[in-house]
Write a protein that binds this ligand. Structure first.
Ligand code: NAD
Length: 434
């Protein structure tokens, strides 16, 4: 197995076991490739290959039956060169320190390529939140927040929702942190809060909208328009359903969508507002008038202009990449196309817009929430969407130019841009102490 870190000490390679997590090794592979592509200083790469701080906390929780259960929680602060740490908090039974470290590394690269004034972090608790009552989830969240409170804050580290957490979780985190600061309200400590307590307009649909801004730009690079194009979308959750609606509003024909139970297809295009209503009332995509059922696999290989995988990671890999007929793939989910599949698709002439740009809408609008909280001055939704567009297009265009200059795929170019920006800032700041 690859060694996750390059450090030698007494002739031995130093690599803490938890850094052998596949997610972390994947991030380390991206880092190595970017280093080669952009000729990055090896001292900088060595520093970027290990997390700066890993916080591991026990979280005892009073359960409804008065028993006490203890869960493990983490916060990994990966790199803070570009600004305060920023990244979500995940509640999932598979969470461990290695996974959180890998996700924190990816947040560092994502914030860098998007040009946000943030470092990267991630947090999590090893728990299936579906087994908790609301009170138990609140107790868990408040104790976890209290344990990591010395390390977070509006100028230090700003958590946000991720898998298994939501706006309510952020409200409890914000309240706990504020109570421990003498009761003074500190809205800027977390983002993704409800609007009533300092959240921002536009946050809910931001990732899906960003996916469509990216799709529009990808079409433009090929001298085409989104309007009139055919699009297939895997996943009809937060990202997929908002992306579908935004594509529909721009005149695209969304001919297929799917979720965990399978997909539906209509070659003339699905009426997405009506489909959303159908899904809200029926809790399934199936049975939508005028559509026929297809499998998730069939959806991936449809001859469409653009394919938007917005559900799971790893759905397009080196085994099935050859079957792709779409000309453009935009990664709404995190990592739906593997690194090796991206290279195959690049050779096939398929344009893959990578996740760290395409699904950046969530963290970009989180950034706007934090700015609004600090200023105590709140913006209109149109302003937020316009600013989101300009940040995502700028990141896309910089990456596209690098991809052309270096003759590589967009994923490699995005990592290159991210690491180059970090290298410049790290060299300017220098190493403390000298
Ligand atoms: P979600 O839970 O709201 O929706 C997930 C969707 O995927 C659902 O429609 C679900 O039915 C579907 N799905 C689950 N298993 C599937 C399977 N085996 N085959 C096909 N579909 C399946 O989640 P979301 O917030 O929309 O996130 C989707 C992806 O986007 C994740 O990878 C997430 O990490 C990533 N992402 C989300 C955001 C955000 O702001 N929500 C931001 C960045 C990245």
């Amino acid at each position: 197995m690859n060694q996750a870190t390059p450090h030698e000490s007494n002739g031995k390679i130093f690599a803490p076991d938890f850094l052998n997590h596949p997610l972390f090794l994947n991030a380390a592979q991206g880092l190595d490739e970017a280093a080669q592509l952009m000729n990055i200083d090896s001292n900088i790469i060595n520093r970027l290959k290990v997390p700066r701080k890993c916080i591991s906390v026990a979280v005892p929780v009073r359960m409804d039956d008065r028993s006490v259960k203890v869960y493990m929680g983490y916060r990994v602060q990966y790199n803070a060169t570009l600004g305060p740490y920023k990244g979500g908090v995940r509640y999932h039974q598979n969470v461990d320190l290695g996974e959180v470290a890998g996700l924190a590394a990816l947040m560092t690269f994502k914030n860098s390529v998007l040009g946000l004034p943030y470092g990267g972090a991630k947090g999590g608790i090893t728990i299936d939140p579906r087994v908790l009552s609301r009170t138990e989830k609140q107790n868990l969240t408040r104790r976890y927040t209290s344990e990591i409170a010395p390390f977070i804050g509006p100028t230090k580290d700003i958590p946000a929702p991720d898998v298994g957490t939501d706006a309510q979780t952020m409200a409890w985190m914000m309240d706990t942190y504020s109570q421990e600061q003498g009761g003074f309200t500190q809205p800027g400590v977390v983002t993704g809060k409800p609007v009533e307590i300092g959240g921002t307009l536009g946050r809910v649909g931001a990732t899906g909208l960003g996916v469509i801004f990216t799709t529009e730009r990808a079409f433009e690079t090929q001298g085409r328009k989104i309007s009139g194009s055919s699009i297939a979308i895997q996943g009809f959750g937060n990202v997929g359903s908002h992306a579908a609606l935004c594509a529909f509003e721009r005149g695209a024909k969304v001919i297929a969508v799917s979720d965990v139970d399978g997909g539906i297809f209509n070659g003339d295009g699905l009426n997405i507002p009506q489909l959303k209503l159908h899904f809200e009332t029926q809790k399934t995509l199936k049975g939508f008038p005028g559509a026929k059922e297809i499998t998730n696999e069939e959806l991936l290989f449809l001859p469409v202009d653009a394919l938007l995988p917005c559900a799971l990671d790893g759905v397009i890999d080196e085994k099935n990449a050859h079957n792709i007929k779409a000309k453009i793939i935009v990664e709404g989910a995190n990592g739906p196309v593997t690194i090796n599949a991206t290279k195959i698709l690049h050779r096939m002439g398929v344009f893959v817009a990578p996740d760290i740009i395409a699904n950046g809408g969530g963290v970009i609008v989180s950034y706007f929430e934090w700015v609004q909280d600090i200023m105590s001055f709140f913006w209109e939704e149109d302003d937020i969407n316009d600013k989101l567009k300009s940040i995502i297009i700028k990141a896309f265009d910089t990456t596209y130019k690098t991809a052309h200059e270096k003759k590589v795929d967009m994923r490699s170019a995005a990592m290159g841009v991210a690491i180059k920006r970090l290298e410049k800032a790290m060299l300017l700041r220098g190493l403390y102490p000298r």
